[in-house]
Design a protein around this ligand. Structure first.
Ligand code: ZN
Length: 70
């Protein structure tokens, strides 16, 4: 199991917790820039996956901020 750095939830990630032939659920979600994985919310160093709920939230936030900047 992996632990979400944002909310502490435990989840399985195909990158670290091998599913066998199953692709990781995170392949269904657009990738975040690396900068999203470090910072006040997540701490420095050791970038790691977020749980499905947080990853969707972060992707939505990234997309919103990108749209607002135009
Ligand atoms: Zn989370």
């Amino acid at each position: 199991m992996s632990t979400c750095k944002r909310c502490g939830a435990e989840f399985a990630c195909g990158m670290t917790d091998l599913y066998g032939d199953e692709p990781c659920w995170c392949t269904q979600i657009p990738a975040l820039p690396r900068s999203a994985y470090v910072g006040p919310d997540t701490g420095e160093g050791n970038p790691s996956c977020f749980c499905p709920q947080c990853l969707r939230t972060l992707v939505a936030t990234q997309q919103k901020s990108a749209t607002d900047g135009q």
